[in-house]
Design a protein around this ligand. Structure first.
Ligand code: 6R9
Length: 631
């Protein structure tokens, strides 16, 4: 399963294209199956219908936990670093983690959860979050983790879409110098969630919370009622493992569905090969488990590999901007996996807090979430990796389950800002607007995949047609990523960013339509249009053009702006708050009523010299007004 040289990569890649089924069948042999599969792959991209390891039976937690007990039961599986560096951390060995997962799985059962039920998890970055995730998988319940920064409304939307039966949460969360009430947010959400029967509340901050009789129970009390004996549920390879909501260019976030077998094989294979993980190494992925990166590369990939995975509760700048380097130094981290936005923000603080730490344990650096600009790449390489750690720029998506395009650490020659080459099993193609494949090198186009890999999404929960429409209808026969991409003369891939109406703000995906809907819910707002613009630290910032009833000359614009931000926070969460709001009297619309975002994007970028053809606009004069009022 492990590739060790570039030759081996090329051989594996060739084999994976010539005979994908044989290739993945061989990889999948490295796992524990209760029953072998009868057919390795069945697929078409029309319905779409993709099934891997058909008929295979397994439980992913037996692969992540049980099978390591004999050999490395006393090795750390999870090392937890709390928000406050003065609070004691926690190390859970594989034995301890197994024990705790089984116990909490029994708590879920006690509270009525059975195989196939959906469980919403809304928790801080504490070991119990990983425990709750794995406990669901243990008994065949489907987890839907909601990032702790989302609002009550967002939680409610996700709970209702998936019809969750149980919510697992905590009283509160620590983030930097802030204390955030989680349970109170869940309480607000649950006013509109009739499917929820039980709420399990873990104690973290000891913030006062209201506990509803018959519905709410304490995690710690429940644990006293159960044993550590919980045999794993036998799952079909294609049974649902989890739902994770992600933003698209239209409508509400959709529930991306991953299944047990393929996801396990793919995350583990990519974890071991991309990072070239060696037994005993300490792996630190700074993402939140609320995002796909945390699912795949804090929890499942590392644990199925018997690795030691860190969970960090806090933020990179608390108590100061040296926190990551402090953690690397303290735990002798070997592999660090973070996002360009974090690198850019830390760059801004200078080198003092880097240089007073010993970073010599680092061997591999990773980047994920958005394109990494050259300046950040070199800073990461020079000052963190000290020019001796390969950087793996891993390109992938919630929908892909694991990394698709990335260097293999120390094996693939890297090139700043390039995700480089597809992993074995991954067949990228670039297409033009008409879906025609653009062959050869030194070209660019829309990035698609022409063959399934085991980690590809299977559907969007409750709405298969939406899955087809979003990913498989734009270019028939292909999976469309939504990203633009160039392939240079060496065949190296560089992702240039989204080509649809999805923003990437600090590595978080946010749909422009979602933000517009939230703004439009604010009193007095008539209409709005949201676009992205380049932002030094966040990668992209959010620029909103808003029409209000009282007109652009509203007597107190600042107050209105502040209130609109509060509405967006309440509807989606603070991550979706626009950086800039411009009040306008009209939007540039075509005669058919479509907003010409291209023009709004240019103005937001501050590039008004060439707005292109505006003759198809209903009222070209609005453009001058908007230009004049640009921020
Ligand atoms: C894993 C994750 C997916 C979108 C994706 C792309 C952008 C992610 C990237 C990258 C350039 C990289 N993206 N990694 N762009 N280089 N290495 O981030 O999933 O939250 O679903 O976002 O993020 O635009 O389409 P997700």
């Amino acid at each position: 399963m492990r590739i060790r040289t570039f030759d081996e990569y090329q051989t594996a890649y060739q084999k994976s294209v010539d005979d994908p089924e044989a290739f993945w069948a061989e990889v999948a042999q490295n796992f524990q199956w209760r029953k072998p599969w009868t057919k390795t792959l069945q697929w078409n991209f029309t319905d779409p219908d993709v099934k891997w390891f058909v008929g295979g039976k397994l439980n992913i937690t037996e692969n992540c936990l049980d099978r390591h007990l004999a050999e490395r039961g006393d090795q750390p599986a999870i090392i937890w670093e709390p928000n406050d560096p003065n609070e004691a951390g926690v190390t859970l060995t594989y034995k301890m983690l197994h024990d705790q997962v089984c116990r909490f799985a029994n708590v879920l059962k006690r509270n009525g959860v059975v195989k196939g039920d959906r469980v919403c998890i809304y928790m801080p970055m504490v070991p119990e979050l990983a425990i709750a995730v794995l406990a669901c998988a243990r008994i065949g319940a489907v987890h839907s983790v909601v990032f702790g920064g989302f609002s009550a409304q967002s939680i409610a939307d996700r709970i209702n879409d998936a019809q969750c039966k149980v919510v697992v949460t905590a009283d509160g969360a620590y983030r930097g110098n802030k204390e955030i009430g989680l349970k109170s947010t869940v309480d607000d959400a649950l006013i509109g969630c009739p499917s929820v029967q039980k709420v399990i509340v873990m104690t973290r901050t000891r913030t006062p919370v209201s506990m509803l009789k018959g519905r709410d129970v304490w995690w710690e009390q429940e644990l006293k009622q159960v044993t550590a004996d919980c045999p794993a549920e036998e799952m079909d390879a294609e049974d649902m493992l989890f739902i994770l909501y992600t933003s698209g260019s239209t409508g509400k976030p959709k529930g991306v569905v991953h299944t047990c077998g393929g996801y396990m094989v793919y995350t583990t294979y990519t974890f071991q090969n991309v990072f070239q993980y060696e037994p005993g190494q300490i792996f630190f992925c700074t993402a939140d488990i609320g995002w796909i990166t945390g699912h795949s590369y804090i929890v499942y990939g590392p644990l199925a590999s018997g690795a030691t995975s860190m969970i960090f509760e806090g933020v990179p700048t608390y108590p100061d901007c040296g926190r990551f380097w402090d953690i690397v130094d303290k735990y002798k981290v070997n592999i660090l996996y973070t996002a360009p936005t974090a690198i850019r923000s830390l760059m801004g603080f200078g080198l003092e807090k880097v240089e007073n730490h010993d970073l010599s344990s680092l061997q591999v650096l990773g980047s994920v979430g958005e394109p990494i600009n050259e300046e950040a790449w070199y800073w990461y390489n020079d000052h963190i990796g000290k020019n001796r750690c390969p950087i793996v720029d891993t390109w992938w998506q919630t929908e892909t389950g694991g990394t698709l395009i990335s260097p293999l650490a120390g094996i693939t020659k890297t090139k700043p800002t390039y995700a480089t080459l597809p992993l074995p099993g991954v067949q990228p193609v670039l297409v033009d607007e008409n879906g025609k494949e653009i062959e050869g090198n030194g070209v660019s186009g829309n990035l698609c995949m022409k063959f399934p890999w085991p980690g590809i999404l299977r559907t969007t929960y409750g709405d298969h047609e939406r899955c087809r429409q979003t990913y498989f209808a734009t270019y028939p026969g292909l999976y469309f990523t939504g990203d633009g991409c160039l392939r240079d003369k060496d065949g190296y891939y560089r992702i240039t960013g989204r080509v649809d109406d999805v923003l990437n703000v600090s590595g978080h995906r946010i749909g422009t339509a979602e933000v517009e809907n939230a703004i439009n819910m604010h009193t007095g707002v008539v209409e709005s249009a949201v676009v992205g613009y380049p932002h030094d630290i966040k990668g992209q910032g959010i620029y909103a053009y808003v029409i209000t009833e009282s007109g652009a000359s509203s007597h107190d614009e600042d107050l209105t702006k502040r209130d609109i931000l509060a509405t967006v926070s309440r509807i989606i969460g603070p991550i979706a708050k626009p950086d800039k709001i411009q009040f306008v009297t009209g939007l540039p619309k075509t005669r058919s009523g479509k907003i010409m975002r291209r023009i709004l994007r240019k103005i937001a970028e501050g590039d008004t010299s060439n707005l292109g053809d505006t003759t198809t606009l209903l009222d070209p004069a609005v453009v001058d007004d908007i230009k004049a009022g640009a921020i």
